[in-house]
Ligand binder design. Structure first.
Ligand code: NAP
Length: 247
């Protein structure tokens, strides 16, 4: 039987999620991840993981849907021989607008994916990790959830909410030595930040003490640390990987 650990990553088809899948594969873990719309991109992530000589499975699932999350978790559990060792909640979206222009839909859409989707995944995976008395949950939040950002009240609410859920679940699961931590990325080069206007980009770059954007691999390295044995006594924490933005 394959004794490798199994990691479940949401939003593994692109960006930070893909980098996390590949990094965990490099650490020797089998990877199950979901994509929502990007089937072809998901297949590329599978190929990249397979090069690391682990198993990799892509599952179509929309994290806004509780049944999809249940199915995704079941597939990961089956791939892991009954176990899920690591959950990385990463799938996320932005719908930026100033509050006076922000529609109910723009607010709700972001909360549905970034907050409720994380909740569905943590609820299902916690049941398994409690039974197995081990596991590591890593939630990708954002520096925006720590320090806020004009034009992103919806996104900031979701990402600050993720930090609250992380700390609360860390307390709930601590007696079983299950760790729950968050990573708060700063401005990272992905499709998400490609979409911001040039003026917003310049404003954000000016706010980064390092004066450069981060790479998906910077976040993936932090995730690999939190998913590994060396972080076993760390729980309920938020690690900012942001070139100093939140100082
Ligand atoms: P990205 O490149 O836009 O990728 C988003 C990923 O989420 C894709 O894999 C996408 O899947 C998936 N996804 C979107 N909606 C989904 C849904 N309803 N159900 C399931 N999957 C869904 O984003 P990113 O920049 O890598 O961001 C990843 C995470 O890091 C997000 O939580 C984001 O908020 C956070 N973050 C990013 C930055 C940054 O600067 N980039 C900074 C701070 C925090 P498909 O493509 O298959 O649809």
């Amino acid at each position: 039987m394959d004794k490798r650990k199994t990691a479940l990553v949401t939003g593994g088809s692109r960006g930070i999620g893909r980098a996390v899948c590949v990094r965990l594969a490099q650490a020797g873990m089998n990877v199950v991840f979901n994509y929502c719309q990007g089937k072809k991109a998901a297949e590329e992530t599978v190929e990249l993981c397979l090069k690391e000589h682990v198993n990799a499975v892509a599952v179509q699932a929309d994290v806004r849907c509780a049944e999809d999350c249940q199915r995704l978790v079941k597939e990961a559990q089956a791939a892991g021989g009954g176990f899920i060792d690591v959950l990385v909640n990463n799938a996320g979206i932005t719908r930026d607008n100033l509050i006076i222009k922000m529609s109910d839909k723009e607010f709700d859409d972001v909360l549905d994916v970034n907050l409720i989707g994380y909740f569905y995944m943590m609820r299902e995976v916690s049941k398994i990790m409690l039974r197995q008395k081990s596991g590591k949950i890593i939630n990708i939040s954002s520096v925006v959830g720590v320090i806020g950002n004009a034009g992103q009240v919806n996104y900031a609410a979701s990402k600050a909410g993720v930090i609250g859920m992380t700390k609360s679940l860390a307390r709930e699961l601590a007696s079983r030595k299950i760790t729950v931590n968050a990573i708060a990325p700063g401005m990272i080069e992905t499709d998400m930040t490609d979409a911001v206007t040039e003026s917003a980009r310049e404003r954000m770059l000016a706010a980064i003490p390092f004066q450069t954007m981060g790479k998906p691999e910077d976040i993936a390295n932090a995730a690999a640390f939190l998913a590994g044995e060396e972080s076993g006594y760390i729980t309920g924490q938020v690690i900012c990987v942001d070139g100093g933005m939140a100082i």
